[in-house]
Design a protein around this ligand. Structure first.
Ligand code: XMP
Length: 219
């Protein structure tokens, strides 16, 4: 297709700038890409599925090397840590791994409700064991801090933390993750296991919800 399609023919020798303005067609601006179905309206993809996969791969390599040939009990925090753990754990080939879960809940909407409630299902056998605590995001640190203390009280021999996302700007409890995938700014994110009121855990990308930037997010 010619680049001048739709324009009136220009007389030979007349420069473009000499033509009356109305004879030049304004460039057509591409409309904004529509949000894929199933994504939050106005949300912005912060990390694509490919970027997440690369981060999970890097973390798995490091954990696999650090615990090579050793016993390790992965304790996954429900529900947010499930999708990340589902990708991470099968990549730990060189570790003698057991899997446990623990449930913690502290958020209503985008607001933290303070100290999380922790629920166990069954005995949660961690006494004397090296534990890898797996969660989606380290935000204020309340959840991982509470769960870490609970596992220590149950006699875990060592506790390391693996989180896909770290939001250091919001930390109120001193918790450090030995393994972290990606650092997020102060926005509320959903996707890849993270939810807003139960929605969008299924998205393959990590998406910032519109209107939750620092200053707009509820504490
Ligand atoms: P804290 O503040 O206790 O947060 O470190 C840990 C838990 O809170 C949830 N959380 C989020 N969920 N988008 C979410 O969908 C976020 O930006 C976010 N920040 C915290 C999450 O369940 C995490 O395990």
């Amino acid at each position: 297709m010619s680049g001048t399609e739709g324009l009136p023919a220009r007389p030979a020798g007349v420069p473009l700038a000499a033509l009356p303005q109305q004879t030049l067609r304004a460039p057509t601006l591409a409309p904004p890409a529509p949000q894929p179905a199933g994504y939050p309206p106005g949300g912005e993809v912060l990390f694509t599925a490919a970027r997440i996969a690369a981060a999970v791969g890097r973390m798995a390599e490091q954990i696999d090397a650090d615990y090579h040939g050793q016993e390790l009990t992965a304790v996954v925090i429900l529900h947010g840590g499930v999708v990340f753990a589902g990708d991470l754990i099968p990549r730990l080939h060189r570790v003698d791994l057991r899997l446990e879960t623990i449930a913690a809940r502290s958020y209503a909407g985008t607001s933290s409700q303070g100290a999380p409630q922790v629920h166990t299902h069954g005995p949660l056998e961690v006494a004397g064991r090296a534990v890898l605590l797996v969660d989606d995001i380290l935000d204020s640190g309340r959840t991982l801090g509470t769960v870490r203390d609970e596992l220590a009280a149950r006699g875990a021999a060592s506790i390391a933390i693996a989180v896909l996302l770290d939001k250091p700007s919001r930390r109120v409890v001193d918790v450090r993750a030995q393994y972290r995938g990606l650092v997020v700014p102060d926005v509320f994110v959903v996707g890849y296991g993270l939810d807003f009121e139960g929605r969008w855990r299924n998205l393959p990308d990590i998406v910032a919800l519109a209107g939750t930037e620092a200053g707009e997010a509820q504490a």
